[in-house]
Write a protein that binds this ligand. Structure first.
Ligand SMILES: Nc1ncnc2c1ncn2[C@@H]1O[C@H](COP(=O)(O)OP(=O)(O)OP(=O)(O)O)[C@@H](O)[C@H]1O
Ligand SMILES: [Mg+2]
Length: 253
């Protein structure tokens, strides 16, 4: 692949205390447009890796570069700004704000980034429509099913057209039908060019969603392999009836 790397980690280590490091000398690179699964048992360092890439935590040594930004060097304000501009995140338990409607939840990142309310609302409505949940725009998250909530979280994550979508066990709290819906959504997004890092302990999910799997064992990369026959390689069988979710931004601020 000739694309510039979106993620570039060089010998990255994270220690929390005197014990063995949570992340031990990880070197890896993810190119633009890739969907990469991070696989590993509980405690293997998956969330630690994601947190370092998101700038939520700093490595003890080594470097973390995302989209040309040295994330490990950012201060608190810089790191918040970096996340707003470049990173979309979805989590196992959705992390939606219960006091805000679906529409307002989705608008939050754009408003934090300084987008006008009208424009933010237009984009949020468009995203909700693309994800098939526009009729829930005025509802509060508690009224929605898990699968619907995760779609709201995906819409929120895409709001600022992030260079990188990070997903930490995004189907972990969903029944199999909803999980399949979210899996297909990730596939569609990647088909449109969205770079995705998918953290999971689910081997099936990794193999059927990502085209590459990196396995962590005790904080180190044990395996880094290209998945054969994953569904993410085709470009013809895309979401014909849907509006593309990841159209490149114009002169978005
Ligand atoms: N804030 C923290 N303080 C101290 N130790 C931590 C902290 N966060 C993680 N760890 C330790 O780092 C190691 C890796 O944890 P991490 O959360 O990255 O694992 P994981 O692969 O995401 O696991 P799971 O599948 O259970 O989510 C574990 O031993 C954990 O106890
Ligand atoms: Mg974790």
């Amino acid at each position: 692949m000739t694309n510039a790397p979106v993620i570039d980690l060089v010998d990255t280590t994270k220690r929390y205390d005197d014990g063995p490091p949570a992340l031990a000398g990880v070197t890896l690179s993810v190119a633009s447009g890739e969907c990469v699964a991070i696989l590993g048992h509980s405690g293997s360092g998956k969330s630690t890796l994601l947190n370092l890439i998101a700038g939520l935590d700093r490595p003890s040594s080594g470097t973390v570069t995302v989209n040309g930004t040295r994330v490990d060097r950012l201060g608190e304000a810089g790191s918040a700004k970096y996340r707003r501009a470049s990173i979309g995140m979805i989590f196992q338990f959705f992390n939606l704000l219960d006091d805000l409607t679906v529409l307002d939840n989705v608008m939050v990142p754009a408003q934090l980034a300084g987008m006008g309310k009208g424009e933010a609302r237009r984009r949020a409505v468009e995203l909700l429509g693309s994800l098939g949940i526009e009729r829930h725009a005025r509802a509060y998250p508690q009224r929605l099913s898990g699968g619907q909530r995760q779609r709201v979280a995906v819409a929120r994550a895409l709001m600022n057209k992030p260079a990188l979508l990070l997903a930490d066990e995004p189907t972990g709290a969903l029944d199999s039908n909803s999980a399949e819906g979210v899996r297909r959504l990730l596939l569609d997004l990647n088909g449109e060019g969205q770079t995705i890092l998918l953290v999971t302990h689910d081997v099936q999910l990794a193999a059927s969603t990502a085209h590459r799997t990196i396995e962590l064992v005790d904080g180190a990369v044990e395996r880094d392999v290209v998945n054969s026959g994953s569904g993410s390689s085709g470009s013809g069988a895309g979401p014909a009836a849907r509006t593309p979710l990841t159209r490149p931004a114009g002169a978005a601020g």
